[in-house]
Design a protein around this ligand. Structure first.
Ligand code: PGA
Length: 250
């Protein structure tokens, strides 16, 4: 596929702390400017400092009572209360500290008997809540959410077998490699691409290859994040470590 019109913005900061402050200011703007905004949220190591910053903003008066959140993904087979579930992550890092209403929080549930029904239920929620601002990290293999490389781009919520790279990478959060779930439920690419605005954060040189391919390669299923090239309002927020390692022509 050809590269899209290049409206994509790249912002490089000396370190991730400043980058996160920049991202947080954009989130604050959306929360304040939109009437009932919907934020789509990511988990993992990258966005945790963003949530800490937003909690700090909340302590200084930013209210989330009008905000709806949807999350990108969840592991299959982990109960919501499991320490490594993304339900638990969101509680720990963000939701327990802010004034968001519980009934405005949506996260796919990977601990149900009928996963297909859960995918359909989640798609109905996403249709009801078009995304104003999408927060993304990027996997070292170029995944966004758990849209893994190599298969056709999937528009809707689906069950995915996690790639070996993802399992190895996420093992850092579990006691052993064997404990990492092998499957996940993930938002498809359509609601992400229909978001009004997207922020992708990537920090550290281990993300350089993925960022390089996402930005400078063709749009291709081997690098799911490359699809962002054809979104009209996306900003890559990077630290110098990743920008230098992928030799961005800035
Ligand atoms: P990380 O994960 O922030 O933990 O590196 C990002 C991702 O896999 O999307």
């Amino acid at each position: 596929m050809k590269k899209g019109v290049n409206s994509l913005k790249i912002r490089v900061f000396t370190d991730s702390r400043i980058a996160v402050a920049y991202a947080a200011a954009i989130v604050e703007h959306v929360v304040e400017a939109e009437h009932h905004p919907t934020l789509s949220l990511a988990t993992g190591e990258t966005p945790s400092a963003l949530y800490a910053q937003l909690v700090e903003f909340h302590r200084r008066g930013l209210s989330f009572t009008d905000v709806t959140t949807v999350n990108l993904d969840e592991y299959v087979g982990l109960p919501k209360t499991h320490a490594q579930s993304y339900h638990q992550y969101m509680q720990e890092h963000f939701f327990q500290w802010i004034d968001i209403s519980k009934d405005r929080i949506f996260i796919p549930n990977g601990y149900v008997n009928n996963l297909q029904n859960e995918c359909e239920r989640y798609d109905r929620i996403l249709q009801q809540h078009p995304i104003d601002l999408q927060i993304l990290g990027i996997g070292i293999n170029g995944h966004i959410g758990f849209n893994e490389p190599g298969t056709a781009f999937k528009p809707t919520t689906h069950i995915v077998g996690l790639s070996e790279e993802t399992i190895r990478s996420n093992a850092r959060f579990f006691n052993s490699l064997n404990d990492v779930p092998k499957q996940a439920i993930t938002m498809g690419l359509q609601p992400i691409m229909q978001s009004k605005q997207i922020l992708l954060m990537a920090f550290g040189e281990q993300k350089a290859q993925a960022v390089h391919l996402a930005l400078e390669g063709d749009v291709q299923t081997h690098v799911p994040a490359s699809i962002l090239q054809i979104h009209p309002n996306v900003t890559f927020i990077l630290d110098e470590a990743v920008a230098k390692a992928c030799k961005l022509n800035l």
